[in-house]
Design a protein around this ligand. Structure first.
Ligand SMILES: Nc1ncnc2c1ncn2[C@@H]1O[C@H](COP(=O)(O)OP(=O)(O)OP(=O)(O)O)[C@@H](O)[C@H]1O
Ligand SMILES: Nc1ccn([C@@H]2O[C@H](COP(=O)(O)O)[C@@H](O)[C@H]2O)c(=O)n1
Length: 233
């Protein structure tokens, strides 16, 4: 079997990476791999064990019994740690606040990156849209399609705030920007590496952003502008 086509997408928090990538994967019949979910699940696992995620040695310790699984099906997305379905739990603000500590541990990054490559290779799909922070530069630097998905910081904060209606918008915005600052000290996802196409969704709605990303993919892969899923054929 041939290796799947890899569409690599990076970007800051709230730029639309997961929602847009999932929809793009659906439209192309590709798999969808959310790499942030692995870091979030490990942060959740560490919190369950009462670990301080800013302590790298403790994070490494707890990662030894981290039994992680994720679905690459964009229509049936789930994340598990052992027998626990953590799909929703890993989106909680307490996990978002803790995740950067986990993600800055080099041994953790190496281990999850190897897992991501293995998941893509055995996906059984013609292609996989894989999104995160270092996909275009570290995980899949040779991918035929590499995109940096951005949006103005205040727009990203407003979109995230609209999702987390139980939290006040200033708190949500501060947490999002703080996470970006911590994460960007580890990997650069704010500037496009050479050969990476920028899609700025600041003044695009969701469907327009999906179309813009599909346009970049089609141009890179020389795929016709009309696909069967889009026309309902
Ligand atoms: N172009 C867009 N216009 C309007 N809303 C959008 C657009 N793109 C994404 N959204 C919405 O913004 C919110 C954040 O998007 P999403 O969760 O996909 O971002 P993300 O980059 O994966 O964030 P994080 O890195 O924090 O997980 C979602 O509610 C999503 O539906
Ligand atoms: N390739 C990646 C992906 C994610 N991270 C870290 O995980 C956190 C959660 O990611 P989301 O995409 O779900 O927001 C993120 O804040 C990073 O700390 C990463 O380091 N590399």
């Amino acid at each position: 079997m041939t290796d799947p086509i890899v569409v690599a997408i990076d970007g800051p928090a709230g730029s639309g990476k997961s929602s847009v990538s999932k929809q793009v994967a659906r439209r192309l019949g590709y798999g969808y791999l959310d790499t942030g979910a692995a870091y979030r699940a490990l942060a959740w696992h560490a919190l369950e064990h009462g670990i301080d995620t800013s302590d790298a040695a403790s994070v490494l310790d707890v990662s030894a019994d981290f039994d992680y699984a994720i679905s690459l099906d964009p229509d049936a997305y789930w994340v598990r740690v052992g027998q626990a379905d953590v799909t929703d739990a890993i989106r909680e603000p307490r996990v978002s606040d803790a995740v950067s500590g986990v993600a800055r541990v080099p041994a953790v990054r190496q281990s999850v990156n190897a897992l991501f490559r293995a998941l893509v290779a055995r996906s059984g799909r013609p292609g996989v849209v894989i999104e995160g922070r270092d996909i275009t530069t570290v995980v899949a630097p040779d991918a035929p399609v590499r995109i940096l998905l951005t949006a103005a910081p205040e727009i990203r904060a407003a979109r995230r705030s609209a999702e987390l209606t139980t939290h006040d918008s200033a708190t949500v915005a501060a947490a999002l920007h703080q996470r970006d600052a911590a994460d960007s000290a580890v990997v650069d996802f704010l500037t496009a590496a050479p050969g990476v196409e920028v899609v700025d969704s600041t003044s695009l709605d969701f469907d327009q952003t999906v179309d813009a990303v599909l346009g970049v993919i089609r141009a890179a892969l020389s795929v016709p502008a009309v696909d069967p899923l889009q026309t309902g054929a």
